[in-house]
Every structure is written in C-alpha cells, then in structure tokens.
Ligand binder design. Sequence first.
Ligand code: HT7
Ligand code: ZN
Length: 875
Amino acid sequence: PREIHRLDYRPPTFWVDSVALEFDLGEEGTVVTARLSLRRNDEVAEGPLELDGEELETLSVAVDGRVLGQGEYTIEGERLTIPDLPARCELETKVRIHPESNTQLSGLYLSSGNFCTQCEAEGFRRITWFLDRPDVMATYTVAIRADKQRYPVLLSNGNRVGERDLGDGRHEVRWEDPFVKPSYLFALVAGQLASHAGDFTTVSGRTVRCEIWVEAHNLDKCDHALRSLQAAMRWDEEQFGREYDLDLYMIVAVDDFNMGAMENKGLNIFNSKFVLARPDTATDDDYEGVEGVVAHEYFHNWTGNRVTCRDWFQLTLKEGLTVFRDQRFSADMGSEPVKRIEDVAMLRLRQYAEDAGPMAHPIRPESYISMDNFYTATVYEKGSEVIRMVDTLLGRDGFRRGMDLYFERHDGQAVTCDDFRAAMADANGRDLAQFERWYTQAGTPRLVATGRFDAAAGTYSLTLRQECPTGQREEDFRALHMPIRMGLIGPDGADQPLGFEGEAAAGAPTERVLELTEREQTFVFAGLTAEPVPSLARGLSAPVLLELEEDEQRLAFRLAHDSDAFNRWDAGQRLFGAAILAGAAALARGDEFQVSKGLVEAFRAVVTDPSLDGSMRSLAMALPSELELAQRMEIVDPDALHRARRAVRRALAEGTRTELAALWERAKPSGAYSNDRASIDRRREANVALAYLSCLESPEWTAAVAAHFDGADNMTDSQAALATLCQLDVPDRQRALEAFYAKWKGDPLVLDKWFTLQATSVLPGAPTRVAALAHHPDFTWRNPNRVRSVVGAFAMANHSGFHSADGSGYTLVADAVIELQGANPQLASRLAGSFNHYKRYDQHRQQAMRGALERIAAVDGLSKDVYEIVHRALA
Ligand code: HT7
Ligand code: ZN
C-alpha cells in the first residue's frame, strides 16, 4: 500500500462550487447522479481533473450535457481522469453502488434496515466520483427518492426545501445546504424513524428546531440528548460567541457505527450508545458520555465545519480543539476537577501508551497509509492538551481573542494548524514559534524536577529539565514551550507565597505558571522559613511525564494537603502505584510483600475525609489499573502485577473495613432514584466502597452485593453490582448474569454491558469464557459495538486475561482481526492495535504475540488499515 506524506500536499486542479446529488435508493443497488460545477484552480494552471471513487459501477460520464465516450476519460483503480476540460464546466456522473452489502460502514450503508452514511475521512468516494479531500468545499443540493412505505423519512444536510409523491409507491424529498462544506460532512439517512424534538432560541432570537431521530421504540430515551444539545448551543454562545447557523439541527441514532458520532452539517449521525439514555438502561457515566459527545459534535459546527482542515494531516486542528471545547463544557456542566482527573486518567492510559509504542506520531502526523488509523488518542486527546497549554499561556481572555480572530480570518475556509497558531499569536501579540514543536515532535517528554532548600538563605531552587521521550531519538528532541502550574506547600499544608528571589514576598501569589522554553531552567523562590513540598504541573498543565522523587510520607502528605484537587488525586495514584509495583517486583522474585501501615492510613484518610465529594472520593480510592501500571514496568510480568494489585486492594479493604462499611451505610441507596449531582456522587462512593468490601470475600459482603444487584432501580447500581459479582467466584454471579440477560436481552446497548462485564472478568479461564461469548447467539461480527463489547473489552480491559501465559488470549484476538479485516477494516485495525506493546513483555509472551502478528500479516489481500498497524508493530 502507498504511504502519503504531509509535505506532498498539492492544491487541487479544479474547485467544485456546487454539487447536485440525486439518490434513487433501492434494495438491490442505489443509483447516484452527481452534477458538479467545476472551476479550474488558477493557482494550478495545468493538469487533468482527477476524481476519487471506490467500489463504484460507473454508468455514465457527461460534460456540459454531452455524454463522454470511452476514450475521453479513463478509470484506473480508484481514479477517474478527464484530461481536457474547459476552465468552467458541469460534470455529470451516474453510478450504481451497493449499500446493502457494504459491511465496512463507510460510504452509504444499511443499519437495522435504514440507509445511513459515514463519509469521514474518505467515505464520500464510495458514494460518487469526487475530489474527496477536505479543501474542496461546495454547496450541496440533494434529492432522495425511495419507497414511501419502507423509507418514509428521508434526511440530508441543511434545510428541507421540497417533497413530492412520485406516484409509483415512491416519494422524493429535496434538501439544500447553503453553507459550503467538504464532502466528508455530507450525510443522508432514509428509513423508518421517529423524532423527539424541541426548540432552541439563539442569542439573536432565531428559533432552531432540534430533532433527535431514533427507532420509534427508543423515543423515551432521547430527552437527555436533546437537553445536552440545547445546553451545548447555549454554552458555545456564552463562552465563544458562536451561534448556530441553520434553522434545523438533526441527530440520528444508528446501531451500526464504527466510531462514536459524526458531525455532518445539520445532520449528525451517532452511534446509538451516545444518544439513548434512560435511568434503567444507562449509567451515570453513560449520561455523561451522551452529554459530552452531543456537545463535541455540536461544537464542530464552528471548529471543523465552518472552519475545516486543508488536508487530513491537519486533523488535530478540528479534533484537538473540539475535544478541548467539549472538555471545558463538561467541566462547566459538572465538576471541574473530576472532569480533569477523568480526562488525564484516559490520556495517560491510552495516549501515553500510544506515544511509547510503534504508533507514536506527532499530533500533526507526517505520513499515513490509511487515514482511518490516525483518529488516535494522540490527535484527539494530546491535541486537546496542546490547545489547553495555549489557553494556559494566553489566559482565558487571550484565548478567546485568539478564537475570535481565527473565526474572523478563516470562516468558510480549509486551513492548517499553523493558521490556528498564527491567529492565537497575532491576537495576543505573542510569539508562539517555538510552540510549533508540539506539532512536530512525537512522544511524551519527561520532565525531571529537583528541588534544593537553603535554610540559611530561606530559598528554594527548583530545577526543571526536559528529557527526550522514550522511544524517540535524542538528536531529534528540541526543548518545548511548556507552562508548568505549581505551588509550594508549607509544613502546615498551606500554599506558600511564591516570591522570586529579588522580589518582595508580600503579596506574591501562592500559585504560578512557570514558562519553560529551554532544556533546563532553575527558578529560585525566596522568603521561605521551612522546607516546602513542591506541587508541580498542577492539573497536568503540560502533557509530560513528571519525574520527582517523593517517598511514601511525602506522597501521603500531598494526598492529604495539596490544594490542587488534581494533584491530590495524582499523589494518591503515585502512592498506590508505587506500592503495587514494589509488590509485583517482590512477587516476581518469589518474595513475600506487605502493605505498609502508612499506605493503609493514607487510604483511610481518603475514605473518611469529609471535604471530599463522592465523585472525588471514588476517584481517589481507585487504584491505578494493571494496564496503566504495566507501562511503568521494565519487563511486564502480568501475573505478578495482577497478584500484587489484588493483594494491595485486599489489604486496604481489610485495614479499613470499618470505615468502608460506614461509608457504604451512609451512601447506599435510600429512597427513589434521582439524577441530581449529590445522588450521582453518593452512588459513586457507595459502589466503590462495596467493591472494596467484596474483596474480603466474606459471605456477608457477597450477600450485600447480591442484594444491591437485586434491589437496584437504576443501571448505575445494577451494572456496578454485577461488575463486582463478575469478579467473584460465587453462585450469585451466574444467577445475576442470567437475571440480567433475561431482563435486557432485547436491548442491544444493555446487552453490550452484559457481554463486557463477562469479558472483563479476571476469574481464571478468561480466554475460554470470551471464546464462548463470541459463539453466543446474540454475538455478531457485523455490529461494531458488540465486537468491542467482547473482543475489544477483553483485549483492552482484561490485562491478565488477554496476557494469559498459554497465549490463548492472543490467538483469540488475532482470529478476530482475521475474521473482520475484509468486512470491516477500520474495526479490525483497532483490534490489531492490542499487540502494539508486545516488545515490553517477557520473551515467551513476546514470541506468542509476534506469532499472532505474523499470522495476521500473512493473510492474503490484507486490508491497508490492518497492514499499516501490523507492519508498524513488527518493524
Ligand atoms: N469527526 C468524526 C470522526 C469519525 C470517523 C472517522 C473515521 C471513521 C469513522 C468515523 N466516524 C466518525 C467524529 C468526531 O471526532 O467528532
Ligand atoms: Zn470530533
């Protein structure tokens, strides 16, 4: 397969000013007629018109009304070339496509019998011949014709401008989108759907109709999505002065979808997982997921749609920025520190791992084989961290000024990451030239901190040194521009004034943002009477790996006193993580290990701290996962790690059983379900307390978990109790699983949970159980959510099971990749990524994983998506 390079970008030879599409939807093939108004690009005076197309049966090609003969154009592979065209002309193509057999879920396909589309990144070329690249922006009109009974609802982008009965049992609906857009934002939906609707009045007084389209039986699960949309619309007006521009905003939920959702102009298409929510079917986390994804797609209307990407290497321009916006929105809707902790936990688990493996790439990648493989944690989540640093460096008002200038300059354009940086710099009179390195350098930089207290001088010298990321070449690493938010904590637990040497201490702030621009910098703080404890990179102010030597006592001190809620949590994670890793090392040597009294006391303080809300408490009580800790082991020993983490968990539960029981008693369900914040907080701390108590493996607490499951009146408690039971070898586990299945077998999203809870059970024999799940009558390879709920959950969230010493976990996942790679390459390549870190494991496992990768690589006609992942891993 061909590799595409960022620096090879060339503007197109033609622009497309407008597109008129006609769809004749049929059960056995769909005919698509496309009329493109073409205009030669003056910048590129020469060159033929080259259009992209994939799996198209070409019926005719005409220019300005004249049908072209065979010699007048060529079709070679996925390219249609027309050599001699006037500077302006109308091109009409007619093709037949087969949505009914499109299993890739890219282009036009069927989900639950309804037609729908997915065009990002390069799916539009599977619908019609086109300059399928994001810098070609056009206005679109669309006519959809289909059987009236089977497809009563016909939707596309923009405004509905007409409909008519065609008299033969078919009807036609016409749509017009007045805004220019790239082809990846095109959308079409046709089927039997019903809508839950509401209005939104914009800041300028316009009424926007908001419609959530679902299968009729799901109408009672749409209200949260609708409210989330309305909240996102208001927030974007208030925070960024951005008003919605059409009179209609539609969201359609489909069951078969490769990703979370898609921001098509005026017609978002969503994985139903991020739309449907009712208290008995969706957890509190699911509700937050819906709110966050609905907002994310809405925010794209300005950051992505009105201003889009020049080429796919610029993807982080829209995705990093939109993730940053959705993170800020969710923080404003709920708790800022809780949201930040959740986001950083995910960043460290997924993105830091990506940065340290064969898929490491800068947030603006340099090359790709399949663009679909670059919808990554790096482009999205690290991209958002890079935007967050701009926000920290410029301040809230400065960031807003930069955004205003960005929209003023680039509305209606397809631009680059450099254009964004220039707007931010120009609006604030700042030099952000060095900041570009965040866009060009891969890997997570290490930030090594050392401190020295001079009691006689009353000074504290803090030295911060940037080190080359693991896996990157030293000679390529250049100092980054990074903001480090920090404080110094005094012995009484209070933040000290941070007066720089030579400055008056009085009135000095107790928190500062240090700007690093060099490999090593020293900052000297004066006026200190006792040695302080540094609290660095608060809120993770830069996406680095902070290395600071801190013993158990100091971490426990910060866990108790750090005024920054994020760093408090982080201190706990470091403390618990160090204990587990020390335990794993001891077990690997064949030694015993004991959990220290200090650790138990630190944990007790968290369980009983009256100042923590329930969400913060549950986060602070959670131990780092095996997957996260594995990243820190020289050679990963999954068995020792698993045993050590279990032992620490049990020791903490034993040491604080009285306090845990009191917490459960205080927070356990009482009264009817409510979804206010206090109730959500209580559910979180109650469920985490009960999960710890279940580690005691006592009949009393096992019965309590079973009773919690039986009595649950909402999915949060039901799922939490069942998850706990799934980790226990007790008869109640099977009974509860059967009851859950009987109740929810007709609800695909809830059934996914049932599969996942079993696939992530760490009880012995996980690969065998998961293989059996893949043969369950409700399992199907055709539905991505179902595949992810079994194979994805097993590979990504059952560390000890996936890495079973006999290699059966690897065989199972490799078989799944091979099974899927032809039918759904995007899904298959995501699963293939499970082997990315094989070189970090022991020899025996390395060999087994390498064997699995080689088996995949040997498949005849391997899809380019999977090829790219597997060959990078094997390199
Ligand atoms: N912009 C959307 C990306 C997306 C996607 C990409 C590749 C293949 C399928 C896809 N579905 C959606 C989603 C987003 O980030 O908002
Ligand atoms: Zn996005």
